[in-house]
Design a protein around this ligand. Structure first.
Ligand code: ZN
Length: 347
């Protein structure tokens, strides 16, 4: 069914770049499936790996097939796998969890400290075929096509962050209009927030945000949030903040503009240690929650259900390339003006 070699995008050498290689098609174990990849998304994580920054050089073994955002079709099934079929369209959770930690044994799989990531620690999805534990497979219903399937991983980050707190009727501030911030805005709208304001200093990203979701874009390089609150008829500040930028300035603005007793979910990663005015957080009685990955598999359930009942994030995909043009895809990502970039593996 499969020739025994495949195209793959590999971190072949410990320096900037990724390389298209011919690699052996993975052999699956009894509890795995083999997935033929149709579409993949390029993630910020992949850019770190491309650039070979400090984090990547400490984390990623060389050589490694990269990539973790994918959609495809099951083409082979391990002998212990009874609940999946050949031909099933799917995406999947890229975090491979352990079974030993307290959190994992309590069913809180997303909090397992032994987790390993495909495309980061283990062979990834930027390839014609991916071996994945059957446990990690998420079947796709017909109404979710492969390019949306390929961005469910980052949509999951957005959904996990946005659903951290009750948003019904609330005023929500999102700092950082990257793809995940923009998708979180769409989710906040979908679940019934009153006002959703998204900030950035990159106007192209703010413009993209308005093409994806019904949000109020604010360029904080030029506009003041207090003025926007007044215009929206808000009296006491935002109820919930979703921090997606990793920027110290943005977090400061968020704390400044939150109501007493406000809640913040943090997904953005600040570079290194970052000074915080804790006294303001204490005096405003603010709750802060760190968010990592997605809840396995509750977030997947929720996002697929929302996509089925009208959540639409397709416009966040701004670029589509054949995988042979992967260099152009990475260049678009690195320009800072792209939303999601999707690579097509079937020609
Ligand atoms: Zn990702």
């Amino acid at each position: 069914m499969t020739s025994n070699r495949m195209k793959a995008l590999c971190k072949s050498e410990p320096r900037e770049g990724l390389w298209m290689v011919r690699a052996p098609v993975p052999e699956i174990g009894p509890d795995d499936v083999l997935i033929r990849i149709n579409k993949t998304g390029i993630c910020g994580t992949d850019i770190h790996i491309w650039n070979w920054d400090d984090w990547a050089s400490r984390t990623v073994p060389v050589p490694l097939i990269t990539g973790h955002e994918f959609a495809g079709e099951i083409v082979e099934i391990g002998r212990n796998v009874t609940d999946l079929e050949i031909g099933q369209r799917c995406s999947g959770e890229g975090h491979l969890i352990g079974k030993h930690s307290r959190q994992s044994r309590a069913g809180k799989f997303h909090l397992d400290p032994e987790t390993r990531g495909i495309g980061v620690n283990e062979q990834g999805a930027f390839a014609e075929y991916l071996c994945l534990p059957a446990f990690n497979v998420v079947p796709l219903p017909d109404e979710i096509d492969d390019e949306i399937g390929a961005i469910l991983d980052p949509l999951g980050n957005a959904v996990h962050t946005a659903l951290s707190f009750d948003l019904i009727g609330e005023d929500v501030l999102i700092t950082g209009a990257g793809p995940i911030g923009i998708m979180a805005a769409a989710v906040a709208r979908h679940v019934g927030a009153r006002n959703v304001v998204i900030t950035d200093i990159n106007q192209a990203r703010l413009d993209l945000a308005t093409r994806v979701a019904d949000v109020v874009p604010v360029n904080v390089a030029r506009e003041d949030l207090k003025g926007i609150e007044k215009r929206l008829g808000m009296k006491e500040g935002f109820d919930v903040g979703l921090e997606m930028s990793g920027s110290q300035v943005a977090l400061d603005q968020m704390v400044e503009n939150l109501v007493m007793g406000g809640r913040i979910a943090l997904l953005g990663i600040p570079p290194g240690k970052s000074p915080v005015d804790w006294s303001r957080i204490v005096f405003k009685a603010i709750t802060i929650k760190g968010v990592y990955g997605r809840e396995i598999f509750e977030t997947w359930y929720k996002m697929i259900a929302m996509l089925q009942n009208g959540l639409d994030v397709r416009n966040v995909i701004t670029h589509r390339f054949d995988v042979d043009d992967f260099q152009a895809g990475f260049a678009a990502m690195k320009s800072g003006e792209a939303g999601k970039v999707v690579l097509n593996w079937t020609s």
